[in-house]
Design a protein around this ligand. Structure first.
Ligand SMILES: [Zn+2]
Length: 165
């Protein structure tokens, strides 16, 4: 079958970020640990799904997503000053460290430390991949219909549909 909404897709990918024309390896999922997801329910970037729609087992594809279609352009004003008091117990983090934070609504996000002073830790709130064009090399390993249970949960249960969670 081909990839259509409500199918479960297993694929391998290699992800590179493109910076100033240079390809920089980011991450990959290989055959021993493929990416498995329910297609068409908004789990993946919309443009990512658009590029693989209609593919079938064994197909390969590579494509590029511009930053605006991936994790967005970088917002230079998206920085926050966290009072040093917040780090009394954990200690002041070094520049470059990724901090797991939570906003008032309970949404979790990651912020990268860009500056440290005795009074405050300045963090960059942009997604780590913001402002970068992404290049994907993909091989479709399997496409199947989602089970009733997967559809009711809104996510895939592994390659075969029976993995617990
Ligand atoms: Zn589930």
């Amino acid at each position: 079958m081909t990839i259509t909404p409500n199918s479960v897709v297993a694929l391998t990918y290699k992800l590179h970020a493109i910076n100033n024309g240079e390809k920089e390896f980011v991450e990959e999922a290989d055959k021993s640990n493929p990416l498995v997801f329910l297609y068409g329910v908004g789990m993946m970037l919309p443009k990512f799904e658009e590029n693989i729609e209609g593919l079938k087992q064994g197909d390969t594809i590579d494509f590029e997503l511009v930053a605006a279609d991936a994790y967005g352009e970088k917002d230079e004003s998206a920085v926050a000053q966290l009072p040093a008091d917040m780090f009394k117990e954990s200690g002041i983090p070094p520049v470059g460290e990724i901090l797991p934070l939570q906003d008032n609504q309970g949404n979790q996000f990651r912020a990268r430390v860009v500056e440290v002073s005795p009074e405050a830790v300045v963090v960059d709130l942009n997604h780590p991949m913001a402002g970068q064009n992404l290049h994907f090399d993909i091989e479709i390993l399997n496409v199947r219909e989602a089970t009733e249970e997967e559809l009711s949960h809104g996510h895939a249960h592994g390659v075969d549909g029976h993995s617990g969670h």
